[in-house]
Design a binder for this molecule. Sequence first.
Ligand code: SDX
Length: 436
Amino acid sequence: MKLADTKATLSFSSGSPSVELPVYSGTVGPQVIDIRKLYAQTGMFTYDPGFLSTAACQSSITYIDGDKGELLYRGYPIEQLATQCDFLDTCYLLLYGELPNAEQKQKFDRNVTIHTMVNEQMQFFLRGFRRDAHPMAVMTGLVGALSAFYHDSTDINNPEHREISAIRLIAKMPTLVAMAYKYSAGQPYIYPKNSLSYTGNFMRMMFGTPCEEYEPNDVLVRAMDRIFILHADHEQNASTSTVRLCGSSGTNPFAAIAAGVACLWGPAHGGANEAALNMLHEIQKNGGVDKIGEFIKQVKDKNSGIKLMGFGHRVYKNYDPRAKLMQETCKEVLGELGLENDPLFKLAMALEKIALEDEYFVSRKLYPNVDFYSGIVQRAIGIPVSLFTAIFALARTVGWIAQLNEMISDPEYKIGRPRQLYDGATRRDIKPIAQR
Ligand code: SDX
């Protein structure tokens, strides 16, 4: 970052002396006011619950322009990455800052491939869960448990440890997600097959059985790979900020990523794709397209507590570019499967059209986000609804790692420790119980 040619002067109507604060510019996007010395100079904190106006870090990984609906990974538009690259290219880009050349790609892909197996002991963690446990409960446990197996790569301040734990996490997430699925289905685990691509291998571990050879469908593999690319990183979202804060204590990478998995589970965040599909099922059950108007009325009634899941975003105040790509992927997959007339997809398209013409949504700049169509694609591919957020976690793992590593390799980083505006009881003494 570079010092901007302007400063910020904070003055107080109380007559306290004003303070001058440096303003910094990035390469693109909003400038920042550096308040690191504010408390020392004024004895005051800033107040920003939900961090609506707070830059928690400096980063060169992902840039979002919410007004333009633009998403760049290391400067490359998501539209180009989703159509010209595969997920492992995107992982390489997010981790190292550049797309791989042919030799780098071959080496990186091979390195990931040979780390896809998990320790056989991992199976025994699964046995502790009920078969109907939510996959995100299982994933939160399994990812954290990885730290018990790799004592040779848990020192987050050691660059070699960071490198091998990144490869291990990217490589093993598909295996763990597929194991969580097989466990819930009561089917045997399918071991990774090194001759397949990253995503082809995932599809085989998910849908293959020991009873016959499983041949991945190239169109579905490509669609799944694109879903991974679209979910790989997204600036300082809630789960990424969780990983950064957790990792800032110096804990091992597996524990920090497990914290990200836990945060992503929430319906306001990664859990929205599952919630969006359940919402579409509910509207379908209550009468489908004819009932959309009634549903929208409920959404607009604040007392209903009902939100249009898969709509709205803290940063995008325009169409989420990932939603557009997801809609196109939807059409490709449904076409490949002969499901062009899938009622849920038609319902989703009708719901989007009505919402985008409704003043309530237009005035609040509520557009479809990445979660609105991803559920329909995943359901068509055969992914059970309860596994949608685990797929999101699989894809976002590389973004979490890249952001964590960027923080740890910044010599200036400190443990994150926000303060508060305290409005509780002032000092008081305990009275004997008879006097309370
Ligand atoms: C992801 O941060 C990221 O980058 C996340 C993510 C990523 O890749 O990491 O993009 C992934 O989490 C996408 C978002 C998925 N969540 C959902 O689809 C759940 C539904 N969306 C809402 O919960 C909401 O839009 C949020 C949480 C996404 C954003 O909430 P904000 O920014 O805090 O906005 P807000 O709640 O202050 O809403 C502003 C207004 C409010 O109405 P008013 O108080 O102005 O009258 O818009 C309304 C809200 O009630 N509103 C909605 C709505 N979202 C916001 N009303 C109906 N349906 C919605 N979906």
